[in-house]
Structure formats: C-alpha cells, structure tokens
Design a protein around this ligand. Structure first.
Ligand code: CP3
Length: 346
C-alpha cells in the first residue's frame, strides 16, 4: 500500500524518527556497476534512451543500498533535445547544445505535441521500473525547471554565472519569455507522461535558481514552478511535487506556499537549523548533507549527518545531499551515511 512507503508518508507531512533517504545522482559514476553498464550502452545519451539499461542503472543503487526512492535515470537536457535542439556531451567537460538566441532559432523548435516521439524511451524506462522496483521503494520522475533548462539552451552549455541567459532576458525579454513559456508547457506534458507511465512523485530541478534576483526570481523561478505544480495537481491529484530552487537562500522561505509544491529540497548553503525554523513550518523539506562528505567520510560525515537528522526530525523530512554525489565519492561512505540516518530508528 502506498501509505507504507516512507517517502510518501514524509511528503504527506508525517514526522518520522528516521527520515526516508535517497541521494541526488545516486545512479552514477562513483559506482563500478554504473560505469560497466554505461560502457555497455556506449555513451551517456545512449544509456538515457536505452530503456532496459536505464532501468538497470536506476535499480543498481536500490539493490546495493536499499534507498527509499529510486530516481528515474535520464537528464534534464533530454527535453530540449526533444524540442529539436542538438545535444551532445563532451567527455570531461559536460553538455553542449545548439543555441537559442534569435527568434528564428526559437521558431524552428518543434511543437509540444512532438516531444513524445523522442521521449517515449524514457516513459518505457518508467514502466519497467514500476514493475521491477521493490514495493517499499518510491519512483521519482523529474524535469529541469524552465529557467535552468533555458540557461543551457541559450548558452549552448553550462555557465558559471548564467550570463548569456541573463543577457537575453535583459536584451530580448519577449523571446526569453516565449522560451520560458514553451518550456513550462512542455515540462507539464513531459512530467504528466512520466506519471502516466508510473512515476509516483515528480521533482523539478532548478539548479540555477540562485542567480535569479528580486522580481526575476518571482517571474522565472516561482511562477513556472507554480504553473507546473498546479497542472500536475489538476491532472494527477495526490501525486506530490518536490521543488529544488538551488541556492535560493532567503527565497526558500515561502517557496512551498507560493508554488504549491509538497516539499522544498534545499542545498547545503543553508544550515539544517535555519531550514527547520524557516522552511519546514510550511511542510516537508529535503536535504542537505554536503556531497563532499561522500568523498571524505569518517567522523565528520557521521557528525554532520546526525546533526541534520536531529535538526529536522521534528517535522516532515527526506534525507538527501545538498547537491549530486560526485564521481570521486567512495561507495562505502554512502553506506556509512545510510547507517547513521537509520540508527535513529533504534
Ligand atoms: O539523480 C540521478 O541519479 C538521476 C539522473 C539525473 C542525471 N542528471 C544523470 C546524469 C538527474 C536527475 C540529472 C539532472 C541534471 N542534469 C541537472 C539538475 C541537477 C543538478 O545536478 O544540478 C543538470 C543541471 C543536468 C545537466 C547535466 N547532465 C550536466 C551539467 C552534466 C555534466 C556534468 C556531469 O556530472 O558529468 C550531465 C551529465 C549527467 N547526468 C551524468 C549523469 C549520471 C554524468 C554522465 C556520465 O555518465 O558521464
């Protein structure tokens, strides 16, 4: 029964002695079994579009650690690709895309109805997972938030300060807003299809929300998250939404109320005590151990993990990292973190 799942109980507002736990990028290069399957697939994008192998790497960390949630193996940049952008990954550097800085480039993108042709293998991955996951494990689907995805589409790559996206916003706001609107509407369709295929929760990754200041944050981080959440609530009542406006700082306060998300994921630039005081009163929170502890381990990992659980276990909490686990992490440190979190049950 769904209510037995620890993640869904936390998202429904239940306080638990030990929080449910999963980890951003839990399927990834720190695991030897991931590297082997990725080699079998050929490259990262081939792995994303190979439903059997994408399901396999999603399951690997569940088998190894018994996390309370599995996150669909895919990428936030598959949606721009489905909209017609070229996408490739440069080894050791990251993603590259054809850019959108002019109206004619935007006009050449596909229509929303056409995205499913490219994305259907992702829905197939979700279907396989909902058959194969243990009954206590929650399946999380996801998409990038419109602003974060737009930063990659405008610059054609990751950028330290999202400069090109800010420049387009300031120089051609009409075009910038058309892109945000297209991404908002297509993200709704993408997440809705993941839910129809079996995703039980969806998460919106706004990794670059921190560079939106003042009114821009409200217009391009809050408003799209609110539109997406409202549409998911209408079409799929009871399916929780997690928002992750990374590095939002003070803007984490009130984010759940303003957008309607069921849970706010927080990065480690804010302390767990601060989150308990300012964010958790509005509902479930997720986070926020520093990922570097997965590299360094030891007593510091144990102390910091305990401190986060103790700060947040008076309200609904899902334990996670503040950002994704890195390739140089030691798999044994992940086990140490899990054992430390679960020791609160006894
Ligand atoms: O969390 C998971 O395990 C699920 C799968 C997942 C991936 N990317 C797999 C991936 C998720 C949820 C994402 C989200 C994602 N992708 C975000 C938002 C979250 C965040 O990290 O801030 C962003 C910004 C991207 C775009 C992206 N994908 C970048 C910038 C990179 C290159 C950087 C890197 O880590 O190599 C990727 C590649 C990527 N996405 C990998 C994985 C496992 C590494 C690819 C490989 O195997 O070489």
């Amino acid at each position: 029964m769904a209510e037995q799942k620890k993640i869904l109980r936390a998202l429904a507002g239940e306080t638990q002695k030990s929080p449910p736990i999963w980890m951003m990028r839990q399927a990834g290069r720190y695991l030897p079994e991931y590297r082997a399957t990725r080699a079998q697939a050929g490259d990262f994008l081939s792995l994303c579009y190979n439903s059997e192998l994408a399901a396999e790497v999603t399951l690997q960390p569940i088998r190894r650690y018994g996390f309370d949630a599995a996150i669909l193996f895919a990428d936030i940049l598959l949606l721009p690709q489905a909209l017609g952008a070229d996408l490739w990954f440069v080894t050791g550097e990251g993603p590259r895309l054809s850019t959108i800085t002019q109206q004619r480039q935007f006009d050449a993108l596909k229509s929303i109805d056409d995205i499913h042709e490219t994305l259907s293998p992702v829905y197939e991955t979700v279907k396989i997972l909902s058959r194969e996951l243990p009954k206590e494990t929650t399946l999380i689907g996801f998409a990038g938030a419109p602003w974060t995805v737009a930063t990659y589409m405008i610059a054609g790559r990751g950028t330290p300060d999202q400069g090109p996206a800010h420049a387009l916003k300031d120089e051609n706001r009409a075009l910038f807003e058309q892109l945000i609107d297209l991404l908002t509407a297509s993200t709704i369709e993408y997440l809705s299809s993941q839910i129809n295929a079996g995703a039980e929760v969806v998460k919106i990754f706004d990794s670059w929300a921190g560079s939106l200041k003042g009114e821009d944050f409200d217009r391009y981080a809050l408003e799209p998250a609110k539109r997406i959440t409202r549409a998911i609530n209408e079409r799929h009542p009871g399916v929780p939404v997690i928002g992750f406006p990374r590095e939002a700082g003070d803007k984490y306060i009130g984010f759940a109320k303003a957008t309607g998300v069921d849970c706010v994921a927080v990065d480690n630039s804010v302390s767990a005590d601060w989150v308990a005081k300012h964010v958790q009163p509005d509902g479930c929170v997720q986070g926020n151990l520093k990922s570097s502890h997965m590299v360094t381990g030891g007593q510091a990992l144990i102390d910091e993990t305990r401190q986060i659980v103790e700060a947040l276990n008076k309200g609904p909490h899902i334990f996670n990292l503040g950002h994704g686990i890195t390739p140089d992490a030691d798999p044994e440190n992940v086990q140490l973190m899990i054992d430390t979190v679960r020791s609160f049950d006894t």
